[in-house]
Design a protein around this ligand. Sequence first.
Ligand SMILES: [Zn+2]
Length: 127
Amino acid sequence: MDFSDVTLNAVPGTEICDFCSGVPRYSYPAKSFVVPASELPITGLPDYGSDAGWLACEECHRLIEAEDHAGLLDRTIHVFLARYPVAPGIALKSIEAYLRATIGRLQRGFFAHRTAPAQPWRKAATN
Ligand SMILES: [Zn+2]
């Protein structure tokens, strides 16, 4: 399967923190960027990347503002593995290494492509 043309955009009102899926409180304007699959430690994946700005919850915002890249990645991986537990028999360390490589690369792209300071953000009012 080829997912290279898939773009995910949140339906207004369902936005989540782009780092941990929590409740977003800040937006970070950012340029779009592509992570070439050739940079990944696994073959057969398409290029991926980010389209425009990012949203962050209070805690992820705090980590971003502190430039705590490792803490932010730890939080993302921890939340991801809690939400999507690894099945018995699957090597957790290899899954975690894969996530750290792919998500870590994406988050480095975020830090490199921000275009303005964080801005307070609220979900759009719904009727
Ligand atoms: Zn968050």
